[in-house]
Design a binder for this molecule. Sequence first.
Ligand SMILES: [Zn+2]
Length: 443
Amino acid sequence: MNIFLRRFISIIILFAFCVTPLYMFKRNTNKSDTPQSKILRSEQSLFDYDHRLLDSNEDNLPYINETIIKKGDTLRSILQRLKVRNLEKLQNFIAKNPETNSIRKLLPGRQIQAATDLNGNLIWLRYLHTPHYNNRDQTICKYLHIVSNKELSYSASEKTNYSERQIRVAFGVIKSSLFEATEHAGIPNFITMQMTNILSTKVDFPRDIRIGDQFRVIYELQMYDGLYLGSGKVLALEFKSNDRMHDAIWFDNDRKIEGGYYNFNGDSLKKTFLRSAIKFSRISSTFGKRVHPIRKTIVDHKGVDYVAPTGTPIYATAEGVVEFSGWQNGYGKVVILKHFNKYSTLYAHQSRIDPKIHKGKKVLQGQLIGYVGSTGWATGPHLHYELRINNKPVDPLSIKLPTSKKIDGSIQKNFDSKVEFYKEQMRFLEKLQSESIKISYSK
Ligand SMILES: [Zn+2]
């Protein structure tokens, strides 16, 4: 704890000196769909840059851009975003060299970084295809490294490195959108997404967001030799929205329990049931009496129907164990999950059940279980979803779902001391934040 605290304070001090002035730095925000590539040199160099480089001659510093791969990206579109010139030569090299195999699979969400000289000539390129790979207690990252040598020819190799965890702090005030504010504060998008997920049971993003809402966040970054490799997880978060304060901390009791987010009072922030098993859909038939679409008689509809195209992924609405996976007459391809407290859920008419889903298998909340289809008695592709208590179907849309778990009494003390630690940091950050707001207003 002591080392952690000392490190933390040194980071805070760095932060106070380096980031606060950057925070007031005016920037244009690009509102287009394209993920922005970040020039690390100007925005993050004070933290992320190798200090030996900082000491060297400014003019010789490479320009490092990074971008996140999105769906539909091509190598060319990525290299253009990274502001690399002489694309044909590099593309040619990548196409012909077996060492560059990994870059042929462009995984959406992964990072690519490129260092160029002033003229856009590539110095090196790094494709972080495996950012976090847990090997016992250490995190390993794997990436493809392409370097150009003096004659402007390239060589490529796969690298494996231990990444080191660093802790960052940031705060912000919402002036237009949450993403604008977090970007302004230098917070990686991956961390912003976690922030919205963590508080998704409390705050309806973006509907509840108001101008002037504030946040403070403590999070991890994966670094190697002073270079930014990727984001880790949010450790603590405070979000003041609409004059209501929400807080969260990550707690795994030093890896002795499955980690999760709790508010400072020890209530789990995880919903016990997700509101819906598919992400985008509309409800075509609710629970209760209706005319059966095929038999044309009045029957009880034991679930809720969600219309969605064939192949739409279906997710487990709660943690549980697979009770049934296979074909049942009217239900077609169906999965039944058994949860805590005599709850079970049923997902019918699937086109395909995920091969990992078989009887007795443990399933996590939000885990993929299969895909929408129209097997069994179905007039068109939809998900028929049932929630049962003691095997008796109930209306999933109107029933009051069980409230979330609290921290177990036996580990309450450990939890409280962790909360105290983060609360102290948050109060310190709050002080810095109010000072930085004062300065920016007086300008
Ligand atoms: Zn149905």
